[in-house]
Design a protein around this ligand. Structure first.
Ligand SMILES: [Zn+2]
Length: 286
């Protein structure tokens, strides 16, 4: 009996590892419920003050960021808008320039990002990129080995150890990953940029606006003398979103290929953004 269980375990482990390089396998084998389960569980842990983050309760600002998200969600290219909530939660941390979308469409936006970004279209570009991470199930794919191992371990250990101990072991081996610091692979980033660009095309915003953010990052880095300090706000962003010249060039290529005309300054909604941010968020605390 035990031998059979152990053999089964190794079979499951082998299958689990094969998930790692086959994103399509996840799309077939993992129901969307897994994404929703992971996202909801993570959302609850954030609301309860775990993960070293603080939810920023500011309904007006949250509604404003949600309204930008809702404009992106009108895109026909977004497949899971009825399945995933695509709900925005603000996180109070002026020193973190980042946004994250957990599986199942739970979007987290740091106040540091809202201060750093200069216009509505650029924030929309970043949100579209984040939505693409959830749509393409990047975190689920990245965690697929752990997810498969988790269930594999649970099933196997319940044979070997009995269900109570197995539950305990499965919890230990469980998905304790902090999704806020889960780094994306380069190919996931490329895909999120590509799909984010597609979503942006049906909005009132300039679809290439995310480049403004990339350029501001470069200026900021030069000003800082290209120091690599992981405590700096942008390094926190860069640790989850690898960035280089190539990503900027790719965005330019997309704009050219889609024959997007040069932007009209009005399509950035700079003034509206500035007035809303200063009204709802105020100045950044030094
Ligand atoms: Zn990303």
């Amino acid at each position: 009996m035990k031998l059979i269980a152990i053999r089964k375990y190794f079979l499951i482990v082998t299958i689990a590892f094969s998930f790692q390089n086959c994103g399509w396998l996840v799309d077939i084998a993992f129901p969307l419920e897994i994404d929703k389960f992971l996202g909801e569980r993570f959302f609850k842990s954030v609301v309860q003050g775990e993960n070293n983050v603080k939810v920023y309760k500011n309904q007006e600002l949250q509604n404003y960021v949600q309204s930008i998200t809702d404009k992106i969600l009108k895109s026909k290219e977004i497949r899971y808008k009825d399945e995933f909530p695509y709900k925005v939660t603000l996180l109070k941390d002026d020193d973190t320039i980042n946004a994250v979308c957990a599986p199942g469409g739970y979007i987290f936006v740091y106040t540091g990002l809202l201060h750093f970004v200069k216009n509505e279209a650029t924030l929309a570009g970043i949100l579209a990129h984040e939505i693409a991470h959830a749509e393409r199930r990047h975190s689920t794919k990245q965690l697929s080995t752990s997810i498969a191992l988790y269930y594999g371990l649970y099933l196997t250990l319940s044979y070997v150890l009995g269900s109570e101990l197995a539950q305990h072991a499965a919890n230990l081996a469980g998905l304790s990953t902090n999704l806020l610091s889960l780094a994306n692979s380069r190919s996931a980033e490329e895909e999120a940029d590509e799909f984010g660009f597609r979503y942006m095309r049906s909005t009132p915003y300039y679809p290439g606006a995310i480049s403004e953010f990339f350029k501001d990052i470069q200026v900021w880095r030069k000003e800082q003398g290209d120091v690599q300090d992981t405590n700096l706000p942008l390094e926190k962003y860069l640790s989850t979103h690898p960035m280089d010249e190539e990503r900027i060039a790719e965005n330019e290529r997309r704009l050219k290929e889609a024959k997007i005309p040069k932007p009209n300054p009005k399509s950035f909604f700079r003034e509206r953004y500035r007035s809303k941010i200063s009204q709802y968020l105020g100045e950044k605390a030094e």
